[in-house]
Design a protein around this ligand. Structure first.
Ligand code: FPP
Length: 252
């Protein structure tokens, strides 16, 4: 504990210099710890999600200013439906609230909004909010803000496999065309590069069914900080650490 405190104190004093020529192109974040953040303050869990939404706004701006090309945020997993009804309802209203207040700024910042996940089963108000954002930002050329919404990686891979089998049976592709590139093309991220950097907050050290295929060679960065407390400095530190690691992709 003492080590951690002295580390952060030291970090506050030391300005980290990140290099602008090796900024990770794709950063993916598992935004965890909203519930614990709220509990510690005697607040309902949804207060943590609401605070977490505000952090999303700040992080998007900072990521865009750094020149990150894609920011994928795990906003709702296929497993999150198991949560209490009121919490699910609240989470489903967040994209609408976020976009109501922030879409003009996203447009001004040249951000393009995309969604990864099974959108069709979301409540109609959620679908309308995200569809409007996708449509209004579709020609933007800056940061791609990719929300994983009702997303689960095993489901994504299974769907890709069944689609590949269907296309082989239909004769659209040959059996010998099946390779890693082809599988990638059948995933929900077919138009995106794989993440260079994965961040997970709140001290949990697992993937929770997030981008299992795409994260094969990504650098992982974990922090004890809960998502509502995540600041620009934490993203900067994650990038700094990323830039000081050697990525060998299995080579030497
Ligand atoms: C995990 O924390 C977080 C979620 C399941 C939801 C994440 C959503 C946001 C941060 C807001 C998203 C914003 C937009 C614009 C869609 P947890 O609830 O599991 O926290 P805990 O582990 O402490 O209980």
């Amino acid at each position: 504990m003492l080590d951690r405190i002295s580390f952060w104190k030291k970090e506050e004093k030391t300005e980290l210099n990140i290099r602008h020529d090796t900024i990770p192109a794709h950063v993916a974040i598992i935004m965890d710890g909203n519930g614990r953040w709220a509990k510690r303050r005697g607040l309902p869990r949804v207060a943590g999600h609401h605070e977490g939404m505000k952090v999303v706004k700040k992080v998007v701006k900072y990521a865009n200013s750094l020149g990150i090309k894609v920011l994928t945020l795990y906003a709702f997993s296929t497993e999150n439906w198991k949560r209490p009804r009121e919490e699910v309802d609240f989470l489903m209203r967040l994209p609408g609230e976020f976009l109501n207040s922030f879409l003009p700024e996203l447009i001004e910042q040249n951000v393009r909004v995309t969604i990864m996940g099974h959108k069709e089963v979301l409540p109609i108000h959620t679908i309308q909010a995200v569809d409007e954002a996708i449509e209004k930002t579709k020609n933007n050329t800056g940061l791609i803000l990719n929300f994983a919404l009702n997303y689960g990686s095993r489901n994504e891979i299974t769907t890709a496999l069944t689609d590949i089998i269907r296309d082989i049976e239909a004769g659209t592709i040959g059996r010998d065309a099946v390779n890693e590139d082809l599988v990638s093309q059948y995933l929900m991220t077919s138009s995106l590069p794989d993440p260079d950097l994965l961040i997970r907050t709140s001290g949990e050290v697992r993937l929770s069914n997030f981008m299992l295929w795409q994260l094969a060679y990504s650098e992982f960065w974990f922090t004890d900080v809960n998502w509502p407390d995540f600041k620009d400095e934490h993203l900067k530190k994650a990038i700094y650490d990323y830039q000081n690691r050697g990525r060998r992709y299995g080579g030497v």
